[in-house]
Design a protein around this ligand. Structure first.
Ligand code: C5P
Length: 437
C-alpha cells in the first residue's frame, strides 16, 4: 500500500463518527460517480447518508455533471477532492492542482463499491460500451468493486429499447440497479425516471456491500403471524407474511451476525446462514424467545403476535353436527403475554446493553400510536408502518415505515423494498449499539 493510501485510510478512520470505546468496524470505501442529470442535486444528501452510516466516500463527476452539483459541496462533505477530470485540473484555468492528482486506477482499486448516481441514459450507454474517456467511465472500467447504478432520465429515454438493452447487458455483467422511481419528472413528463431517494440508494449500497458491521453479534429475530388454536384444525391468525422479519434475518446474516429466527406462520424459505425455530402460537413464541434471549445481543421483533387467544382450545375438531341446528360458537378470548415488553423488562433488569427493536402495524394515527407504544414497551426503536396502504405492510414486498425513538423523534423512510428497509434498520441498530457500549 502506498503512503498516500495509508494516510487516506487512517484519515477515514479518524473521520468515522462514534462515541463508544467499542472497536469499530473499518469504514467501507465508496466512490460516488455523478453523471450529468438534474437529479445530481440529490447527491450531497446521498453522500451525507453514506457518511452518516460510517462509510468513507469519494466523489468523481463527469465534466457536465459539474453544471448540476458543485464539486466544492461534495469536497466539503467528503473532505476529499471531487474531480471531474482525468488529466490536469478540474476547473479549466484554475491554479488549484489538487484535482489533477486524482489517479483513476488508485481510486478504482480503493473502492469497495462504486455508486453511479444519477446514472443518465448516456452514461449507461457509455458504461455498456466500455468507454473510458473521462474520469467516471475510467474508474468504472478499471474497478473490480461491485457497481450500483441509480438511473435518472426522461421516461421515454428510460423506455427506449437502447436503454433497456444497455441495462440488460449491465445487469448480466453484475451491475446492480436501484430505481428509478415513478412520478413527476424534471422534464415535465410523468412516469418512471426519477432517481431513487438518497436513503433508498444508501440502503441498496448496504446490501451491495454486504458489510460485516454485525460480526460478533447474536441477533434474535421474530417473524410472521402467530396461530392461536381454536381446536385441533382451526386457528386464529393474521395476514403477516413474515417477509419483513425474514429480510432482517437475511441482512443480519449478510452483515456477519449469528442469527436465530423465531418464525410463526409463513411459507418463506430460511435465509442462508440463519438458524430457524418454528413456532405456532404466541405462547410457543414466548417460550422460544425466552430460551434464545440470554445469548442475544440484538433483538428485532417483527412478528405479528396475536394479542388474544381462545381461552379453551379443544384438542379435537369441533364438529358442526355437535352444535344446535343453525347455531354458532362463542369464542372466549384471553390476552396473550406481551413478549416484546417482557424482553425489554428482562433486559433492563439484567442491566444488559442488548438493543431491542419493536414493530408496530397501525391502520390509523400511526405516529402517535407508535410514540405511545414505544413508551409502553420500553424498546430502543419502534418501526411503525401504516398497514392501511396497499403498497406497504402486510403481504407485499414494499414497506413505508417510520423509525420512532424513545424520545418521540421520528424518521420517515420513503417506500422501500423490505430488503432495503432491513438494511436501513440494521444501520440504525448498529448506531444505537455503538451509543450504548
Ligand atoms: O402492541 P402491538 O402488537 O402493536 O406491538 C407490536 C410489537 O410488539 C411487535 O414488535 C410485536 O412483535 C410485539 N408483540 C409481542 N407480543 C405481543 C404483542 C406484540 O412481542 N403479545
Amino acid at each position: 500500500m502506498t503512503q498516500d493510501r495509508q494516510d487516506r485510510q487512517s484519515q477515514d478512520q479518524r473521520q468515522s463518527p462514534g462515541r463508544s470505546s467499542r472497536k469499530r468496524a473499518e469504514p467501507r470505501r465508496i466512490v460516488v460517480a455523478v453523471s450529468a442529470g438534474i437529479a445530481a442535486y440529490k447527491v450531497p444528501e446521498l453522500v451525507r447518508e453514506l457518511t452518516r452510516a460510517g462509510h468513507a466516500v469519494r466523489c468523481v463527476l463527469t465534466p457536465r455533471a459539474t453544471h448540476f452539483v458543485s464539486p466544492l459541496v461534495l469536497e466539503t462533505l467528503t473532505g476529499h477532492p471531487a474531480s471531474s477530470s482525468l488529466f490536469g485540473t478540474a476547473t479549466p484555468g484554475s491554479s488549484d492542482t489538487t484535482a489533477a492528482e486524482i489517479d483513476h486506477i488508485a481510486l478504482a482499486d480503493w473502492a469497495e463499491l462504486v455508486i453511479v448516481a444519477p446514472a443518465t441514459a448516456d452514461l449507461l450507454a457509455r458504461m455498456t460500451a466500455g468507454m473510458a474517456d473521462d474520469l467516471v467511465t475510467a474508474v468504472l472500467l478499471a474497478t473490480r468493486a461491485p457497481v450500483l447504478v441509480a438511473p435518472a432520465m426522461n421516461v421515454n429515454m428510460w423506455e427506449h429499447p437502447a436503454t433497456r438493452a444497455n441495462l440488460e447487458t449491465l445487469r448480466a455483467r453484475g451491475v446492480r440497479t436501484v430505481g428509478p422511481d415513478a412520478g413527476e419528472l424534471a422534464c415535465g413528463w410523468e412516469g418512471q425516471g426519477r432517481m431513487s431517494e438518497p436513503v433508498a440508494i444508501a440502503a441498496a449500497a448496504s446490501l451491495a456491500l454486504g458489510s460485516d458491521s454485525l460480526s460478533g453479534e447474536v441477533v434474535l429475530v421474530t417473524a410472521g403471524g402467530t396461530r392461536e388454536p381454536i381446536d385441533a384444525v382451526r386457528s386464529l391468525t393474521n395476514r403477516s407474511s413474515g417477509r419483513m422479519g425474514f429480510a432482517v434475518a437475511a441482512e443480519a446474516a449478510r452483515r456477519g451476525a449469528t442469527v436465530v429466527l423465531v418464525a410463526g406462520a409463513t411459507a418463506l424459505p430460511t435465509p442462508p446462514g440463519v438458524r430457524r425455530v418454528d413456532v405456532g402460537s404466541a405462547l410457543e413464541m414466548r417460550d422460544a424467545v425466552l430460551a434464545e434471549l440470554p445469548d442475544a445481543t440484538l433483538v428485532v421483533k417483527a412478528a405479528a403476535v396475536a394479542d388474544f387467544r381462545p381461552a379453551n382450545p379443544q384438542d379435537r375438531k369441533i364438529k358442526k353436527e355437535s352444535l344446535a341446528e343453525g347455531g354458532g360458537i362463542q369464542l372466549e378470548l384471553v390476552p396473550n403475554p406481551d413478549i416484546l415488553a417482557e424482553v425489554c423488562r428482562l433486559t433492563k433488569e439484567q442491566g444488559s446493553h442488548r438493543v431491542i427493536v419493536g414493530f408496530a402495524a397501525e391502520s390509523h394515527d400511526v405516529i402517535e400510536s407508535a410514540r405511545r407504544k414505544i413508551a409502553r414497551k420500553g424498546c430502543h426503536l419502534l418501526v411503525a408502518n401504516d398497514v392501511s396502504r396497499s403498497d406497504a405492510g402486510f403481504d407485499v414486498d414494499t414497506n413505508a415505515v417510520h423509525f420512532v425513538s424513545p424520545d418521540g423523534e421520528v424518521e420517515d423512510l420513503p417506500l422501500l423494498s423490505k430488503d432495503e428497509v432491513a438494511a436501513h434498520l440494521l444501520d440504525r441498530v448498529a448506531k444505537i449499539r455503538d451509543g450504548l457500549r
